[in-house]
Design a protein around this ligand. Structure first.
Ligand code: FES
Length: 102
């Protein structure tokens, strides 16, 4: 029997962990935060309670130079290649997640 667990996720994003390592994090105010961490912080929530799952993966075999590969599972046919320093808010908006209003 397959058991089930409820989650708040409305989608999931895959972020290449190897790309993130290669660019030395690349995001956040100091440019040292990984895209996974920066996105999770912006989107809020933890684990199953987050509105969007942000999953760090192994190499996705695209391996862009000085950039991070990202797959929005809602649009698996179009991968995103994000450069370090690109505003995380803009990336979240592209994923259909507006930054929470302050
Ligand atoms: S290192 Fe990220 S896709 Fe290969």
């Amino acid at each position: 029997m397959i058991r089930r667990a409820k989650a708040e996720w409305t989608g999931a994003v895959l972020v290449c962990g190897k790309c993130s390592k290669k660019v030395g994090g690349g995001f956040g105010p100091k440019g040292k935060t990984s895209l996974t961490k920066a996105l999770r912080k912006l989107i809020g929530g933890k684990g199953r309670k987050a509105p969007l799952g942000v999953i760090e993966t192994r190499c996705l075999k695209l391996c862009p130079k000085s950039a991070v590969t990202l797959v929005d599972t809602a649009r698996p046919g179009e991968w995103l290649v994000v450069s370090p320093g690109d505003p995380v808010e803009e990336i979240a908006a592209r994923l259909g997640r507006a930054a929470p209003q302050a």
